[in-house]
Write a protein that binds this ligand. Structure first.
Ligand code: NAD
Length: 337
């Protein structure tokens, strides 16, 4: 019988809980346990569903008083897994790396960490092979994942000369009531914003510059892209390519999908768990070409687009050589077309 890949999740928040459910849905992987820092409703559910380990030992007494069943500490979890997905808040992953090394456990970090931490930034469609058998890999952020998926496909079709993009960012996630802005628009004053250079950690040959603004919404990011192409191609070819690009969907403004609100409604209507949309959504009727420049808008469901990437990163790091085979399995198990 095929040995299951045994996976732990350190940091069971927005990304961690989704990756845990996605791992549990794969026939070749299983969740051994997840960590929480404090006892709360999510810890209670995690203990019942997966087995709960404590990330910060100082809080052990709080867990004991709460009556939530605990299976051990992070160190115990590390002794029981092949690979850990570190989905703790940005910057904490870097501090955890020494612990993973000590226990000889492979680790995936998320987009809040720097490229330098692993020197391998991952997007399944762009560079699956780069992560093969590695011990440490970083899955790029939600925005960078969206840029990689569509720009990689367009580059293969029409050889990109230069990209200019504006990233309109959601202020925070729906489950967070602490951050803002709640009534303001906040530009990133450092130009370029980090998104362009981050894309280049995966696709170094693409020339790109980005600006970014934060707006008071929680549901999605939106990208406005201008892509100068070397080859002169028609809109129909671009549409055809994007329609056939994995983890990308084309939606139509003429069907009254006029904003990110309807895109999220669409995701709920097709029955996705938590109303997630793993795919990058592009407005089909918003795609146009003027001279050699392609214009399009894409929306990113920040809570979930990186989830399938984490699953493929696990397979690559565990030695599965066939990228297509891994992505096929991931997509089938997550209900991606
Ligand atoms: P989150 O705050 O929702 O979840 C983080 C979890 O880690 C929380 O449950 C927190 O209690 C726990 N935690 C705190 N300190 C810890 C520690 N020392 N050890 C272990 N766990 C600890 O954060 P998130 O949004 O899920 O982000 C996780 C990572 O994923 C970050 O690198 C982030 O940049 C990246 N990311 C986030 C999004 C997004 O939109 N939310 C999208 C893509 C990537």
């Amino acid at each position: 019988m095929l040995k299951m890949i045994e996976v732990g999740i350190n940091g069971y928040g927005t990304i961690g809980k989704r990756v845990a459910d996605a791992v549990a849905a794969q026939e070749d992987m299983k969740i051994v346990g997840v960590t929480k820092t404090r006892p709360d409703f999510a810890s209670k559910m995690a203990a019942e569903r997966y087995g709960l380990y404590i990330a910060i030992p100082d809080y052990l007494d709080k867990f004991e008083k709460s009556g939530i069943e605990v299976s051990g500490r992070i160190e115990d979890l590390l002794e029981r897994v092949d690979i850990i997905v570190d989905s703790s808040p940005a910057g904490i992953g870097a501090k955890n790396k020494a612990l993973y090394k000590k226990y000889g456990v492979k680790a995936i970090f998320e987009g809040g960490e720097e490229h330098e931490l692993t020197k391998c930034s991952f997007n399944a469609q762009s560079n699956y092979e780069e992560a093969l058998n590695r011990d440490f890999v970083r899955v790029v952020s939600c925005n960078t994942t969206g840029l990689c998926r569509t720009l990689n496909a367009i580059d293969e079709l029409a050889k990109i000369k230069e990209v200019k993009a504006t990233i309109i960012r959601r202020a925070t996630d729906p489950g967070d009531s602490k951050k803002g802005p709640i009534n303001a628009i906040e530009p990133v004053l450092k130009i370029p914003s980090h998104h362009g250079p981050d894309l280049q950690t995966v696709l170094p040959h693409i020339k790109i510059s980005t600006m970014a603004v934060k707006v008071p919404t929680t549901i999605m990011h939106l990208h406005c892209l201008m892509v100068e192409m070397r080859d002169n191609i028609g809109v129909d070819k671009v549409i055809d390519t994007l329609e056939n690009t994995r983890r990308v969907i084309l939606l139509d403004g003429r069907e009254r999908i006029i904003s990110t609100a309807q895109i999220m409604e669409y995701a709920r209507d097709i029955g996705r768990k938590r109303g997630d949309l793993y795919e990058i959504a592009i407005w089909k009727d918003g795609i146009s070409i003027k001279e050699n420049t392609l214009y399009y808008y894409q929306a990113i469901h920040q809570e979930s687009d990186v989830v399938p990437e984490n699953i493929d990163a696990i397979r690559s790091m565990m030695g599965e050589e066939d990228a297509e085979e891994s992505m096929n399995k991931t997509d089938r198990n997550l209900g991606i077309r």
